[in-house]
Design a protein around this ligand. Structure first.
Ligand code: NAD
Length: 326
C-alpha cells in the first residue's frame, strides 16, 4: 500500500515506518520535526517537512504521491504539559487532526490507523483494562485522543471511513537503528538509563505508598517493535464503515522499582533513587487486557520481557549516547 505517515520522525512513528517498509509498503512521512528527528526517518521513505495542520502542504504532498491509507502518529503527548496549556493540545491534537482527516479524505484516503492511548481510561475500576472499560480521561491529553476516537466513529458511520485506534500503554525499547530521544524526556525507562549513563544523579520515584506489592506505580511496558507490528496488522484489518479500537500492552505490569532493578541488572551500573510525592492523576496500576488485539489482529508480542525491552533501549543508547544527530 501507499501510506501517509504523520509523525514518522518521532519515536513510535519512525520504528513503525521501518516495519512498514520491511512489509513492502511505500511510505510518505509528513513531520515538522517539533519533537522528532530527521535522522530517524527511514531512508526509503519520502519526507515532507510540514505541519499536519497545513492543508495546502498536505494536498500538494498527496497530489505528488497519492496514498491509500493514513497512519497518524503526530501529536503533542505530555500529560502534565496538556494541563498547563490545554488550548495548544486541543489545537494540535483535535483541530489539526480533524483538518487532516478532511484533507486526506478529499484526496481519497479513507483508511486510518490512529495512535491512541491508555490515558483514555483515567483511573480504571479494574485491571487488566479491557477496551470496554469506562473512557474517563483525567488529562486534556487523554481527552484530545478520546475526541478523535469519537470523531472516527462518526466518520465511519457517516462517510464509511475505516479506522483502527491503537491504544498504546507504555512504549519502550528500540529497534536496531531507531530509539527514544525526547527532549525533554518524560518516560521512565530512558530517564533511568540517563542515570545509568551518569547524566542524572538519581531517578525520582513519584510515590512509594501505592497499593501495589512494592508501593511504587505499575505500568505496562510494550516493546516499540511489537507496537510497530500491530500497525502493520491493523492496516490489513481496516474495513470500510468500521471504526475499532484495540489496547496494546503485554498484560503484565512492572513497578517503578522493578524497572530500576532491571536497569541495574541489564547495565551493571548504579542507579540511585529519590522518593518524591505522588503526581496528581497518576493511577496506581495501568495494565492492558490486549486479548482483543491478539484475537482479531493476530497480534502476539514477540518481546514481552522487561529485561529484553530494557536491553534493547540500552543497546540503542550506548550506540547513540547523545541521541540523534539531527
Ligand atoms: N510513547 C508512548 O509511550 C505513547 C503512549 C501512548 C500513545 N502514544 C501516542 O503515540 C504517538 C507517537 O508518540 P511518540 O512517543 O512517538 O511521540 P514523538 O513526540 O516521539 O513523535 C511525534 C512526532 O510527531 C511530530 N509532530 C507532532 N505534531 C506535529 C504536527 N502538528 N505536524 C507535523 N508533525 C508533528 C513530531 O515532530 C514527532 O516527530 C503520539 O500520538 C502519542 O500520543 C505514545
Amino acid at each position: 500500500m501507499r501510506l501517509l505517515v504523520t509523525g514518522g520522525a518521532g519515536y513510535v512513528g519512525s520504528v513503525t515506518v521501518e516495519a512498514l517498509v520491511d512489509a513492502g509498503h511505500d511510505v510518505l512521512v509528513v513531520d515538522d520535526l517539533r519533537t522528532g528527528h530527521r535522522a530517524a526517518v527511514h531512508p526509503a521513505a519520502r519526507f515532507v517537512h510540514a505541519d499536519v495542520a497545513d492543508e495546502h502542504a498536505l494536498r500538494s504532498a498527496l497530489q505528488a504521491q497519492p496514498c491509500d491509507a493514513l497512519l497518524h502518529f503526530a501529536a503533542a503527548s505530555l500529560v502534565g504539559d496538556s494541563m498547563r496549556d490545554p488550548h495548544r493540545y486541543f489545537r494540535d491534537n483535535v483541530a489539526a487532526t480533524l483538518a487532516l482527516l478532511r484533507a486526506v479524505a478529499a484526496q481519497g484516503v479513507e483508511r486510518v490507523v490512529f495512535s491512541s492511548t491508555a490515558a483514555l481510561y483515567g483511573t480504571p475500576e479494574r485491571t487488566p483494562i479491557p477496551e470496554t472499560a469506562a473512557l474517563a480521561p483525567e488529562s486534556v491529553y487523554g481527552e484530545t485522543k478520546l475526541q478523535i476516537e469519537r470523531a472516527l466513529l462518526w466518520l465511519a458511520r457517516t462517510t464509511g471511513m475505516a479506522s483502527v485506534a491503537l491504544r498504546y500503554f507504555n512504549a519502550a525499547g528500540a529497534s536496531r537503528e531507531r530509539g527514544e530521544d525526547h527532549r525533554p524526556e518524560s518516560h521512565l525507562i530512558p530517564l533511568v538509563l540517563d542515570v545509568a549513563m551518569g547524566e542524572r544523579d538519581a531517578i525520582d520515584v513519584f510515590g512509594d505508598d501505592y497499593p501495589t506489592p512494592d508501593g511504587t506505580a505499575v505500568r505496562d511496558y510494550v516493546h516499540v517493535l511489537d507496537l510497530a507490528d500491530a500497525h502493520v496488522r491493523a492496516l490489513a484489518a481496516l474495513e470500510a464503515g468500521l471504526a475499532k479500537a484495540y489496547n496494546l500492552g503485554n498484560g503484565a505490569g512492572a513497578s517503578v522499582a522493578q524497572v530500576v532493578d532491571t536497569v541495574r541488572a541489564v547495565t551493571g551500573r548504579d542507579v540511585p533513587t529519590r522518593v518524591a510525592p505522588r503526581r496528581v492523576g497518576d493511577p496506581p496500576v495501568l495494565v492492558a487486557d490486549a486479548s482483543l488485539a491478539r484475537r482479531e489482529l493476530g497480534w502476539s508480542p514477540q518481546r514481552p520481557e522487561l529485561a529484553d525491552i530494557v536491553a534493547d533501549a540500552w543497546r540503542w543508547r550506548l550506540a547513540n549516547p547523545t541521541g540523534y544527530a539531527a
